[in-house]
Design a protein around this ligand. Structure first.
Ligand SMILES: [Zn+2]
Length: 253
């Protein structure tokens, strides 16, 4: 898309998570200057504004030719001057297509997001400072997008195991030194999962339709009753903040 003009924004079904606004038509005839990802939002920079897309729970984007007939649940197309078409497919319709005005950082959905975990803005000192006085479980703390984006349930469980931190420990009662280890573990687990193509548990696929292979390397997630790889004690499961958490009661304190 980058360097190409969006010739048409063809909306077949505007009933997504939020109704697709008319403002998305402002992208017509505009050159795509760049593509940005922030949290789970995909931003298409058209210069002084742009499109924002979110895949929701079941959404995907694929590239096809403009003449290819749409399938069921193909809700919008971005038709490029190259003749290619970026087509959005989403059976559950929790995805989104919105317009943002510059600067994108001030958009209501983006302005309160915490730092990207793989950026220089994120480290153990940051987590330690933000957590002082908080009694919320450390697992919920690191999964809160206002604290840091991108740490989903699987990766939170894995990073806490790697750092030896018990998931239900109060965030405010984790030391600065242990947060430094946890921040490194979060970066390591995300970096490794990205290199392995993500974690396929249900219906995730890569851009070429292939599954992710990280699920085969999970240390604690979904391993209730199995032996810990470090100490051989059984992995426990506990619901924390309505999400299943897996941990080793022997290795994590
Ligand atoms: Zn263990």
């Amino acid at each position: 898309m980058q360097g190409h003009v969006i010739e048409q924004v063809r909306v077949r079904n505007a009933s997504l998570r939020w109704p697709v606004p008319r403002a998305v038509q402002r992208a017509r005839g505009r050159n795509v200057l760049g593509l940005i990802r922030r949290g789970k939002y995909l931003l298409i920079d058209c210069g002084s504004g742009g499109l924002m897309c979110h895949l929701g729970m079941s959404g995907s984007l694929r590239i096809c030719e403009d003449g290819d007939p749409p399938r069921l649940h193909d809700h919008f197309d971005l038709v490029m001057d190259s003749g290619h078409c970026v087509r959005f497919h989403d059976p559950r319709r929790f995805g989104a297509l919105l317009w943002w005005d510059s600067p994108w950082q001030s958009h209501a959905l983006l302005s309160e997001l915490g730092p990207e975990p793989l950026s220089d803005d994120f480290d153990g000192d940051y987590l330690w400072q933000r957590s002082r006085g908080l009694s919320v479980a450390v697992k919920n703390f690191i999964m809160n997008g206002k604290i840091v984006v991108g740490v989903g349930n699987i990766y939170a469980s894995e990073a806490l195991f790697m750092a030896g931190v018990h998931p239900s420990r109060a965030a405010g009662r984790v030391s600065r030194e242990r947060y430094q280890g946890l921040a490194i573990a979060i970066r390591d687990v995300l970096g490794h999962a990205i290199r392995r193509g993500g974690t396929t548990l249900r219906d995730f696929h890569g851009t070429g339709g292939e599954p992710g292979y990280f699920a085969q390397e999970l240390l604690v997630y979904d391993r209730e009753g199995n032996a810990c790889f470090q100490c051989q004690h059984a992995i426990h499961r506990k619901v924390i903040g309505q999400r299943s958490s897996y941990y080793c009661p022997h290795c994590q304190r």
